[in-house]
Design a binder for this molecule. Structure first.
Ligand SMILES: Cc1ncc(COP(=O)(O)O)c(C=O)c1O
Length: 337
């Protein structure tokens, strides 16, 4: 086994995450399912990559100057990534998030020194939406940039240039399918496009939670949401700039109950404590694996993203009372609490 190389800067700790064979998921799919361990980034989520690429891109374009401020609207993980990158490079940051996100994310952002602004959750069309609020704050702040993760394609470039080539190399040039859910679309589009650069036959699948509009868009050409989900960081109602130009081969929809079953299995069977978007991704990867097996592909390999650590959701996903309140099944081992 080789140890990871020495790094000259803490920012170089972003990316180059391990990939792990998921035994339970592989067994369920009848083929290899691999999970890219994005919880191993310094900010414990996949969004560190987008944060680094967005900040570096703004520097390169001369928009972010020394002492400047990075402003972003985020479900939390991008904010955590931006706060770490901003600290490392001497910038300030202002993070705007909906106030229904986990307490752990808010406490983490405050602990990292970010200025935190919370707003009530509302429709994207409402000017008070967290995304628009963050844009206004950036416009009103001197020497500030708006990270604009949804429509700034530096986000997906992070995955074209880092996530995809890493997966390709780690799986020794044999990847048959890739799937994940969409928040901004940076991970799905960037990793999908990057893998297709290596092999145009890699099947790219959307795994959508309920409450998002993309499943219907890719299946029937109509942006239409049905149902709802408590998953944080995923669930999109429009084609963001990061999604533009991505050809999706197939799409799956996964309920919170199904995602939670995988969260439970990943924890109890494999020892991985993850958030709900990871469980939803693994459910989708199993569906994609089964589809490839049914079509007769020989020993297909599917990769997906283990987006963030479950430690970020102790007060929600791993809290019996919260699960009961949401009408969701309580994990067996939490039933007595
Ligand atoms: C926990 C979690 N999973 C998945 C995603 C989705 O990633 P992307 O924005 O690249 O679509 C996010 C984005 O914030 C997230 O926070």
């Amino acid at each position: 086994m080789t140890s990871p190389p020495a790094r000259a800067s803490a920012l170089d700790l972003i990316g180059n995450t391990p990939i792990v064979l998921l035994e339970g998921a592989s067994e369920a799919a009848g083929c290899e399912i691999w999970g890219k361990c994005e919880f191993a980034n310094p900010g414990a989520s996949v969004k560190d990559r987008a944060a680094l690429w967005i900040v570096r891109d703004a520097e390169k374009r001369g928009e972010l100057r020394p002492g400047g401020t990075v402003v972003e609207g985020t479900a939390g993980n991008t904010g955590i990534g931006i706060a770490l990158v901003a600290n490392a490079l001497g910038y300030k940051c202002v993070i705007v998030m909906p106030d229904n996100q986990s307490q752990e994310k808010m406490a983490t952002l405050r602990a990292l020194g970010a200025e935190l602004v919370t707003v009530p959750p509302t429709k994207f069309a409402d000017p008070a939406h967290f995304v628009h609020t963050s844009r206004r704050i950036a416009e009103e702040t001197e020497n500030a940039i708006w990270a604009n993760q949804f429509d700034n394609v530096a986000n997906r470039r992070a995955h074209i240039e880092s996530t995809a080539p890493e997966i390709w190399e780690q799986l020794e040039g044999r990847v048959d399918g890739f799937t994940c859910a969409v928040g901004t679309g940076g991970t799905l589009a960037g990793t999908g496009m990057g893998l297709r650069e290596k092999d145009e036959n890699v099947r790219i699948a959307l795994t959508d939670p309920y409450g998002a509009a993309l499943f219907n868009y890719y299946a029937h050409g109509e942006l239409k949401a049905e149902g709802s989900s408590v998953a944080e960081g995923i669930g999109q109602g429009r084609i963001t700039a990061n999604l533009e130009g991505l050809e999706v081969d197939t799409q799956f929809r996964v309920s919170d109950e199904e995602g939670l079953q995988w969260v439970a299995r990943l924890l109890r069977e494999e020892g991985l404590c993850l958030g709900l978007s990871s469980g939803i991704n693994v459910a989708g990867a199993v569906m994609l694996g089964r589809q490839l097996v049914a079509e007769g592909r020989e020993d297909p390999r599917v990769a997906t993203i283990l987006c963030d650590t479950g430690f970020r959701y102790l007060s929600t996903l791993y809290n019996a009372e919260w699960l009961r309140e949401k009408g969701l099944p309580v994990f067996d081992w939490l039933r007595s609490s």
